[in-house]
Structure formats: structure tokens, C-alpha cells
Design a protein around this ligand. Structure first.
Ligand code: PSV
Ligand code: MN
Ligand code: MN
Length: 391
């Protein structure tokens, strides 16, 4: 059982929690086989921002939206920022795209062709100029770079090329800007990816300096990888900068966070709580990186935000004193039981109460369905755009 005094701190932490939603999750998406268009999806960056603001309106904890360049390219980023602010949200991380151009067939910043490397690096620099206009703190880098066949290119030279591009980009960052380096085991490269794992990302970030940190996308690991270990390690090293949350059953499935393995999400959030890293002031960006190919998008994103909140609430309910005592005593079963007690607590009433205290509907998905927003966007928007993949 949880003492009432503890609950006050739990509620306070949950109230302060922030989750960023991605612009591309609001747009049409699919697999390499088929994109199933949905009525009412956004046609412009402004409409994606409006949907993100709607998610924030019903959840109260999603006050920023990540953009993806060039999918969200506009002429005036200052105006776009003002537009977002008028709707009550901020523009968050700027995601770069050096994977959808013919030139990048053999890689972007690791391409053997210096001219193509220049073009890719220039795109990263351009993204920082966009950050200057939007006031964004984070530049998020994901590289599809890699090779498909042994011998195709020199693995070590590619690391050198990567380091050069990262350094030039890092040096362009302003005082209050950061670089998030995301890793991914495979896909689209199937033999050797240039940033395949947290260790590679970590090593480059160490070389670059304190403004470079690792982004953990929960879908980017080999099956069975202990992600909470990575979280604990990077927190200890001061190098965890962000999460891209999503769920996977097989590969980079981009399903709703907490859908495939809510227990894993709880274990991750426990390490965050253990590291006192939940508060936005600590500096970790908790972002979603998902695609809603067959389910309704806005309700799925609201649900995802709620799933993160539920895992977080359970993590906050872990009796850390009891856990420490059991661990120190070497009482394996008692220690495990402390964790499981928290995980098995139904936190939905607590979160419902918290929402009501903040003037929100206790059931954000139901409130969204009642709001008429979906009907409005279906009526107003004809021919929504595609997120970018799966064309
Ligand atoms: C591709 O795997 C990817 O899903 C990465 O996770 C990026 O974060 C995302 O696309 C947006 O570029
Ligand atoms: Mn990602
Ligand atoms: Mn991904």
C-alpha cells in the first residue's frame, strides 16, 4: 500500500511530466505494401500542429510537437512557431532527413562521394537554422547509412566520415541547442549500419562533447535487448538525451508505446525515476515516434500518451526504501516483489483523479470522441498528406 504523503509527490511528478508527439504520426502512413489513407488527416504542417495541440488539450502533458524536415518544410518558421504558440504548444525537436534522396543510395554523411557528404551535412546545418527560428533545443539525427554486403565499403572509413560530419554539425549548435544521436540496428541497411547501437552513438557523443547525447528509440534493438540496462548506463554517464517511444513485436514496428510490452515500458520508466530524470528540468526529451497505419490517429496518440503516464505512475509507486532494503539484504524474492507490487497496481483511477484536478476530462479518448474535432477535420480536410515513408 502507498502512504498518502507519498501520493502527493507521485501526483506532482505526474503533473510535471512532458511527452512530445511527432508531426508525422498525424499523417497517413503504411508499410512498404500499402498506405491506407484516413479521412481528415492533415495536409499541411499547420494542420499537424493543430492535431498535436488537440492531443495536448485532452491530455495536458503533450505541449510540444517534433517536426521533420523536409516533410514539414515551410517558408517562415517564425510564423509557424507563432501559429503553434497560438494553439498552446511549442515546436520541439527538429528531425533531419538524409534518407529520401536518390543521392543517398550508398549513404549520406558516410557516402564514399565527398559531394554527397557535403549535401547531407548541409541539410543538417540547415536544420539548425530552422531551430534558431523555432526556438527548438534539440536536433535529432537518425542516419539510414550502412552497407548491404561485406566488402561493399570500408566500415572504418565510414566511421571517420560520420565523425567529420557530426563534428561540423556539432560546432554549429548554439549555446542552448543539443544534438540527439539516434541508433538503429538494421533497416534499411541489412549488413552493417553505421550507427547500429547505443555504444556507437555514445562513443561519438563522448568525442563530440556535452551537447551531444544518445536518443533511445525503443523499437531499434535486437529482440530480447535489455533496454532498461541501456537507460541505467547512459543516465549514469550523463549521456541519455531522449527517447523515441513506440512498441515492437518484430522489427521497427512503430506501434503504440506500451502496447506490445507494458512491463518493459515500466522497467524503463523505473530507471528514469531511479535516476531522478523524469522532471523536464533534467533535460530528457520523452518523445513518441510512431505510425498509426490502421488505427485512428489522434485517439491512438492520446492513448499512447496515457500509456506512458500509466507506466510512469507505476514506476513512481515503487517503494524505493523497501526495494533498497531487500536488495541490501540480498533478498531476491522480496526485492522482485516490491517492483511487481508497483507494476501490478491499477493506476488508472489515480490518473483520472489527477486529470480532474487539472480541469481535464478523466477519460481523454472518450472526451476526444465527444468533442466533434474528428468530424470537423473530416469535413474540412480533403486529401491528407503522407507521413513520408511507405510511398
Ligand atoms: C526510421 O527508423 C525512423 O523511424 C527513426 O526512428 C527516426 O527517428 C524516424 O524514422 C524519423 O526520421
Ligand atoms: Mn526514431
Ligand atoms: Mn524507427
Amino acid at each position: 500500500m502507498i502512504a498518502v504523503g507519498d501520493l502527493t509527490a507521485v501526483k506532482q511528478a505526474l503533473r510535471a511530466q512532458r511527452i512530445e508527439t511527432p508531426s508525422w504520426a498525424y499523417a497517413n502512413s503504411g508499410t512498404r505494401f500499402k498506405v491506407f489513407p484516413q479521412p481528415g488527416v492533415p495536409r499541411t504542417p499547420e494542420e499537424k500542429i493543430a492535431d498535436a495541440a488537440t492531443v495536448h488539450r485532452f491530455t495536458g502533458v503533450a505541449p510540444s510537437v517534433a517536426l521533420h524536415i523536409p516533410w514539414d518544410k515551410v517558408d517562415d518558421y517564425g510564423a509557424l512557431t507563432a501559429f503553434a504558440r497560438d494553439l498552446g504548444i511549442e515546436i520541439g525537436a527538429i528531425n533531419t532527413n538524409v534518407f529520401q534522396d536518390e543521392d543517398y543510395k550508398l549513404g549520406s554523411v558516410t557516402n564514399p562521394d565527398a559531394g554527397i557528404r557535403r549535401k547531407a551535412t548541409d541539410h543538417l546545418l540547415e536544420a539548425i537554422s530552422i531551430m534558431d527560428a523555432t526556438g527548438s533545443r534539440d536536433l535529432k539525427l537518425w542516419f539510414s547509412d550502412g552497407i548491404n554486403y561485406p566488402g561493399q565499403d570500408d566500415i572504418r572509413d565510414r566511421q571517420d566520415r560520420l565523425a567529420v560530419a557530426l563534428k561540423e554539425t556539432y560546432d554549429r549548435l548554439g549555446d542552448h541547442q543539443r544534438m540527439l544521436l539516434e541508433y538503429k540496428l538494421f533497416e534499411p541497411a541489412f549488413y552493417a549500419t553505421d550507427v547500429p547501437d547505443w555504444g556507437t552513438s555514445y562513443a561519438h557523443c563522448i568525442e563530440l562533447g556535452e551537447k551531444a547525447t544518445v536518443c533511445i528509440d525503443t523499437g531499434h534493438h535486437a529482440p530480447g535487448t535489455n533496454i532498461e540496462f541501456i537507460v541505467a548506463f547512459l543516465l549514469r554517464a550523463g549521456k541519455l538525451g531522449a527517447f523515441d517511444f513506440n512498441s515492437r513485436f518484430y522489427a521497427d514496428d512503430d506501434l503504440m508505446v506500451g502496447a506490445a510490452d507494458p512491463f518493459q515500458l515500466f522497467r524503463i520508466m523505473y530507471e528514469i525515476v531511479r535516476g531522478d530524470a523524469l522532471d523536464p528540468a533534467y533535460g530528457i526529451a520523452f518523445m513518441l515516434d510512431q505510425c498509426h497505419n490502421i488505427e485512428a490517429k489522434i485517439p491512438a496518440i492520446i492513448r499512447s500518451v496515457m500509456n506512458v503516464q500509466e507506466a510512469t505512475a507505476k514506476a513512481l509507486l515503487v517503494d524505493r526504501d523497501a526495494l533498497r532494503t531487500a536488495q541490501q539484504a540480498g533478498d531476491v524474492l522480496a526485492a522482485n516483489a516490491v517492483l511487481m507490487d508497483a507494476y501490478n497496481t491499477d493506476v488508472r483511477p489515480l490518473l483520472a483523479e489527477l486529470r480532474e484536478d487539472s480541469g481535464l476530462d478523466p477519460d481523454p479518448v472518450a472526451a476526444y470522441h465527444r468533442s466533434g474535432y474528428q468530424e470537423k477535420i473530416v469535413a474540412e480536410r480533403a486529401g491528407g498528406t503522407q507521413a513520408g515513408w511507405g510511398a
